[in-house]
Each structure stands twice: as structure tokens, then as C-alpha cells.
Ligand binder design. Sequence first.
Ligand code: SF4
Ligand code: SF4
Length: 374
Amino acid sequence: MFFHVILTTRCNSKCQYCYGEALEDIDSDFSETQVDYSLPARINYNINLLAHFCGADPECIVTFYGGEPLLCTDEIKQIIDNVKAKHFMIQTNGLLLGCLEPEYVNRFHTILVSVDGDEALTDSYRGKGTFRKVIDNLKLIKRNGFDGELIARMTVMEQTEIYRQVTWLVSNKEFPFTSIHWQLNAAFWKNDFQRREFKSWSQENYNPSIVKLAKFWVNKMEKEGKVLKLYPLLGIARSLLSNEKESLLRCGGGWINYAIQTDGCIVPCPTMWGMKNYYLGHIRNANPLKLPKVFVNQPCTKCDVFNVCGGRCLYANVTNRWSQEAYNLVCTTVRNMIKAVEDELPGIRELMGKGRISVEDFDYMKYNGCEIIP
Ligand code: SF4
Ligand code: SF4
């Protein structure tokens, strides 16, 4: 099982799509869902409880999460020292990566770091100077011996030209990434659709760019014999190549991937912190292998691409932050991406036939924090 351990609800950044949107969204209600806004700012349970909880699952994987988890370096060290997990991972904005000693950083199997693309774009979403600080920290941890997987995690919205930004992250000379994931800022907030240009951007910019990106990806395979871990394309391609049917959420939220709040309560995913109707137990007495499961409902369960998409996002599905009409645009991006990968499959199969790449090149650690469907 995978557990996002939310170390703090605080963050040291004020990103446009998180802090900015939260300010605009402050009055919106969650209809039937009761939300506890008064969770402790930092974990208030004894770390032995977490050790005992995780100890009941020999395959337990812990991902440090926040807010910004690196505001809690003491807790990270205590958890790494005392909790028996198969792997530790972290999702961080990267600003404080230099503050954790290398002996701990080097224990991370995977670091997912928020980088939205080049310096201008990252700084425009995340604040001036962010990109430089993060890249300097990434260079530092590499120098200090970190050799796990480093995933650039992009949040994508209207200012992003996805083809240009992903290819830049792959090809830039200063710090090229081989693992990249992106998530659309879509249907997380109640009142943003009306003030945004999501419709025209997704139709005229994002969707055609994804088709181009899929071609770039396969081109790289052909020229360099390398399958880049562009997670949305990789996950879909792997499913299609192996005829895998994904009728469960591909992020794992609510069935194999859960989140532990700062008060020790367990929720289906980190975005659902405080949603009392979805509290699934507490680490003090829950069995990690027997947690209740939560699944997406309609319209996903009746959708013709459900077995590739898996339902995209439980939070979006249960909270209905966007109208059905608006959400259909998101589903169109999913369909477009599946089609873009399907169209490249003959080329991929041909490269496999020639031995240029192999099916194993599409392997990855599932549920590692990359939701696959953006
Ligand atoms: S495409 Fe849309 S409706 Fe279909 S399964 Fe995915 S999220 Fe659900
Ligand atoms: S995709 Fe949705 S349900 Fe899955 S982890 Fe992200 S916010 Fe949670």
C-alpha cells in the first residue's frame, strides 16, 4: 500500500493555482460534504503509531506530503529512522531540499519536485526566483549522491504550452529531466471555470500539443532507443501494449493509495484532507491492508474509455467542482491523449520488433504519485 503522510498543512510558497485559487474560492461550499478546516498545522500523533501502522504492511510505501513537507525536516528524519517502509518518497516544491542532510535525501526512492517548465513559466506560476532555487537544490542533491528517480511534476493550465515546456524540460542543457508528469489544474476549484479560458486553451492549444508530444516521444525512442518517462503517455501506452484494463483509479486514490492527515485520520487521497464523510479510519487502530475502498461513480463508470482512464480523479468525481459541461472538456483531453497514444502504437510496436526498445522500457512503479491521467 502507498500512504501519503501529510506532515503539515502549511506551505512556504504562494502558487497561483493553489494559494491564489484558494483565496478566490474561499466561500464555496462542498454541498453534502462536511469539511474540517481545523486540522493541526503539523502532525500531532506519536510517530510510534505510524511505525506500528506501517509495520502491518510489509510493502508499505510512505510519501512525505504537505503543505510543504520539507518544513518538517525533524519529523521526516524521525519517520525515516523509526518507520519500516519498503520505500520513502517525497512530493516537494523543492525550495528546501538543501536543508535535509544527504544521508536522508539519499534514502528517497523517488523525489517528485514541482517544476512547471522553463524559468519564465515556473516563476510566473510559483513566484520569482523559484525556478533558480529549485534547480540549484536539485544540482546540490545530485552532487551529494542522490541517485533515485527525480520526477518533474508540472501543474498545467492556460499559460502552459505543453509541447514546448515538456520538450524543454527534456532537452535543456542545464538540468535535463528523463521523468516528467503533469496534472491539469481542472475541476479542483468551484468558481474558476467562468473566469478562465480553459475551453479555448484545451481545444486549441493543449489537445493538439499532446498529439505533437506523443510523436516527439516516439521519435526519441527511434533516434536514441530511449523511452522517456513522460508518465501520462507512458502509463497509457503500457496499458494498451499489455491489454491491461484499468477499471480503478490510476492514481490509486481510495483503493491502494491513501493519505494520512496531520491528526492521524486516513482519507482516500491528500486532496481530500478534512472531508469528514471520507474519513476511513485512524492509524491508531486501522489495518493498512483492510482499509475501506472508495470508488468513482457516474459518469465514469458508464464511460466508454473507463478501462483506460480509470476515472481520472476521485476528488473531482465526488465534489463536482465543475459543471458537467465544463468537465466534459477535461474528458475530451483524456480521450485526445488516449487517441494520441493509440495512433503511435504501430510505430512503437515496430521499434520493439526491431529490438530498438523493449516492452520492459515501459515499466514504472505504479501509484508513485503520478496520477497518469492528467
Ligand atoms: S473520460 Fe471522463 S467520464 Fe470517462 S472515465 Fe475518464 S474522467 Fe470519467
Ligand atoms: S487524481 Fe484526484 S483522487 Fe487521485 S490523488 Fe490526485 S486529487 Fe486525489
